[in-house]
Design a protein around this ligand. Structure first.
Ligand code: AMP
Ligand code: GLY
Length: 424
């Protein structure tokens, strides 16, 4: 098979790594890719939103499967145009990607089909006064979310009315999230512990990959600002078999059925962000794609033919036997540029990449090649990801941090507690 993978982050490096293992792969292209994916296939220098270029590239190179990593091209309809031209695509069409594109749509769908989630209300910027009045008599804490895509940053947890009022001023008046914040969703605050589950689906049937836990805050012990994710581990012991069955029967199955019923059949990876308390899982968010950095850890736990899984789902009949859990454990620690998620400097030489790869795979996220060097080129720079053959997260953590200790670049920053919650 000739495969085109769209994207350039750590998630896409991990997807490329796993696709490359497949015996059915002929040629792998990554568009645009990064210095890490370059070692696994051919990077194609083009923009992920250049639909016409991608379509003609697929025809010219006889692409058998397109795998779309990030949400933006999915939300903008890249799958639609490729499918209309008889290509096979892993990743939902625009009307199904709506589940991530607009939180108000996801909440409406969950309410209509009784899928467990936090209670909510939605408001437009034109109903500012109504929102203020509602918030003046709400329970606190409450959660205010920008309706549209905001790179994982559009969520504000408010501890009292004055924080809530300034949040809606930020969204509606100062427009800190631009048009993504023209509509907001106000949610009940859910207590509990979070986990991420990826359902790989052909739209009807699905399999769940091993559960993971992300670490969204910048600082140890979940302190400081929200980020795109500072590390992840898998499997997450929080998700017991009892909970997994509930997630499948009460969340994933009815959500896929609801999407079919609304004529928005979802093909791809449905990311379920969950809050779990007293064995009751509720949906915090759905995404229309693999999570980053959870993917880096989760994919190491699969044996079998991952490309076959993606291809079969994209072809309309998922092969549920194509992969299974290999019994191991994995920890991914993100090495970031100090200052992230606010401003930071880039362009620093990274050393130790070869030495680190004895103990882990170093997935590239924000890097660039310059001559013989690899330089920092983003907030989240690398995802140092370990694998151990037994389900021993303690060992997986030691390996990941041992590998990370061999890497250096100016202004390196990382959390030192990735996976500790599972070890408690
Ligand atoms: P999201 O971008 O929707 O994943 O939200 C970012 C983070 O905000 C989540 O990972 C949670 O930690 C937190 N969060 C979002 N919604 C809620 C909620 N209803 N209750 C509690 N925490 C939430
Ligand atoms: N790790 C969170 C996300 O991918 O949205």
């Amino acid at each position: 098979m000739n495969v085109l993978l769209i994207g350039s982050g750590g998630r896409e490096h991990a997807l490329a790594y796993k696709i490359k293992e497949s015996p059915s792969l002929n040629k792998l292209y990554i568009l645009p890719g990064n210095p890490g994916t370059q070692t696994l296939g051919e990077n194609i220098s083009a923009k992920a939103d250049d639909k016409q270029f991608i379509l003609s590239f697929c025809k010219e190179k006889n692409i058998d499967l397109v795998v779309i990593g990030p949400e933006k091209p999915l939300v903008e309809g890249l799958s639609d145009i490729l499918i209309e031209n008889n290509l096979k695509v892993f990743g939902p069409k625009m009307n199904a990607a709506e589940i991530e594109a607009h939180k108000s749509f996801a909440k409406w769908l969950m309410a209509k089909y009784n899928i467990p989630t936090a209670g909510y209300r939605e408001f437009n910027s034109s109903s500012f006064d109504e929102a203020v009045e509602y918030l003046s008599s709400s329970n606190y804490p409450c959660v205010i979310k920008a309706d549209g895509l905001a790179a994982g940053k559009g969520v504000i947890i408010c501890n009292d009315f004055s924080e809530a009022k300034s949040a809606i001023e930020d969204l509606f008046v100062k427009k800190i999230f631009g048009t993504a914040g023209e509509k907001i969703v106000v949610e009940e605050f859910l207590q509990g512990e979070e986990a991420s589950i990826f359902a790989i689906t052909d739209g009807d049937d699905f399999i769940c990959l091993p559960a993971a836990q992300d670490h969204k805050r910048i600082g140890n012990n979940d302190t400081g600002k929200n980020t795109g994710g500072m590390g992840a581990y898998s499997p997450a012991p929080l998700v017991t078999n009892v909970i997994l069955e509930k997630v499948k029967n009460e969340i994933i199955k009815p959500t896929l059925a609801a999407l079919r019923k609304e004529d928005r059949k979802f093909v791809g990876c449905l990311y379920c962000g969950l809050m779990i308390k007293n064995e009751v899982p509720k949906v915090v968010e759905f995404n229309c794609r693999f999570g980053d950095p959870e993917t880096q850890a989760v994919l190491f736990l699969l044996e079998g033919d991952f490309l076959k899984l993606l291809y079969s789902a994209a072809s309309g009949r998922i092969d549920k036997q194509s992969v299974r859990y290999n019994g191991g454990a994995s920890v991914c620690v993100v090495a970031a540029s100090s200052g992230y998620p606010d401003s930071y400097k880039t362009g620093y030489k990274i050393s130790g990449l070869t030495e680190a790869s004895n103990d882990a795979i170093v997935f590239h996220a924000g890097t660039k090649s310059e001559g013989d060097y690899v330089l920092t080129n983003g907030g989240r720079v690398l995802g140092v990801t370990s694998f151990v053959a037994e389900n021993n997260l303690k060992l997986a953590k030691e390996k990941a941090y041992s590998a990370l200790s061999k890497i250096s670049f100016e202004n390196i920053y990382y959390r030192t507690d990735i996976s500790d919650k599972a070890l408690k």
